[in-house]
Write a protein that binds this ligand. Structure first.
Ligand code: SF4
Length: 151
């Protein structure tokens, strides 16, 4: 179960998500230096995160040493964190969400009110938006995260 993620797993996963947000390439060999975590702990955590599918590792030679580029699978990682009650706020996603509300860019906003000529109750744009959000919510609820048990 994803709820078996421990404190270090969560800390490192969130850290990787932040790095990927900044567009930074993360080398496994540099993670202990940057996070101050013990290299053995880092290696153990990454093995586990890779097994459950929340990160991917690509082998590479860096500073003449074999290591990996570590990338989080952002969507899955955020879902898993939410599943275990850990917050991860993706600011870009929040901004996108807010901007997708039709009233934000509607020229009739100031004239729109219940019972008015423009009425949110009968607005096709708002109705369509709410329908799409409801469909997304239903899909999310049907989503079953397949997790692999560590061997
Ligand atoms: S409810 Fe419709 S008409 Fe009213 S502000 Fe929102 S998008 Fe515009």
């Amino acid at each position: 179960m994803s709820s078996s993620l421990n404190k270090n797993d969560v800390i490192l996963l969130k850290w990787l998500l932040r790095q990927s947000k900044n567009g930074e390439e993360v080398y496994q060999s540099m993670i202990p230096v940057k996070t101050k975590l013990n290299p053995k702990v880092v290696s153990k955590v990454l093995n586990k995160l890779e097994k459950i599918g929340v990160i991917e590792r690509v082998p590479i030679i860096y500073n003449k040493r074999k290591t990996y580029i570590v990338k989080p699978n952002v969507e899955i990682a955020i879902k898993v964190l939410k599943e275990i009650g850990e917050d991860y706020v993706d600011i870009d996603e929040v901004v996108r969400e807010v901007l997708s509300i039709p009233c934000i860019s509607c020229p009739q906003t100031e004239k729109c009110y219940e019972g008015g000529f423009y009425d949110p109750v009968f607005c096709p744009l708002l109705t369509e938006y709410i329908k799409s959000k409801t469909n997304m919510k239903n899909k999310e609820q049907n989503y079953t995260f397949k997790i692999f048990k560590p061997s």
